[in-house]
Design a protein around this ligand. Sequence first.
Ligand code: RIB
Ligand code: CA
Length: 313
Amino acid sequence: MIPKPVLIDTDTGVDDALALIVALHSPELSVKAITTVAGNVEVQKCTRNVLLLLELLKVKDRPLVAQGATKPLRQKLVTAPEVHGKDGLGGISFKKSTTRKTSLTAVETILDACNTWGKKLTIVAIGPLTNLAQAWKKDSKSLRKVGRIVSMGGVFRVPGNTGPVAEFNYFVDPDAAHVLFNTGLPITVVPLDLTHQIVLMRREMEYRAKRRASRLTSTILRLTKFYMQYHKKIDGFYGAYVHDPIAVAVAIDPTLVQTQNMHVDVETEGQYTRGMTVADFRKTSRHGEQTVDVALTINRERFLKLFHERLWK
Ligand code: RIB
Ligand code: CA
């Protein structure tokens, strides 16, 4: 099997970290580059977190790491330290990383990847879409070469996680999401409607980590603790949603989810609805409107088997 070239665009918080571990442990993927974007925490911290994780995983053919947008296209940056910790990785201490990011920007790295791998490339966007929107504005011809963009974001028919009607990634940069949803690019959206169908309980994490005791598994336990305590306080379960690992799993095996093609746009001006994804579920075909593939159901068992196999490798 020839591994699929992948670029991951991330606002490296805790679930992003789990997603990166799964991706880097999956033989189906060849992670060529990781680009960072401000979101869960400031972009400098995201970059630091990616470099630390690459050291921890002792990755052989190390992907390029390129730093991206420090803030959304128009809005002021909103971060989520209450969810991921001030550092983005649950406040755990890491020894300083010796590896360095590339001098290329995230936008340059994204466009280079599109020109190098074209239709073979999948971009997994697990943070706000700022870098991708900037890449589109700079050189849409190159970005059009991408094979597929899998974007974790949005919420359609369940409550939001950033106010009542918005999901965090698209709330942070609604203008970037609006740009991407009007490009006609092949986008698969992985919304909260899907990611809230799966919860990882703390006791299962502890059981699996103990069974495969190592520096990596103990680090996974430590870096997820703060994030799980947040969900215990806010959502009433001592565990975690695994939003970003699900987006990576969709890149590994698209048959894990069932999608519906529809027109989606993102509210950029709403006083109460900033970042809300407005989807047209009506059956009538809407000529000339751009559409995306929205993943609404997942094969839970198959995802969890893949997730645990790769995470605890
Ligand atoms: O709403 C969940 C998404 O926002 C995840 O990607 C999480 O890491 C944050 O970026
Ligand atoms: Ca994320």
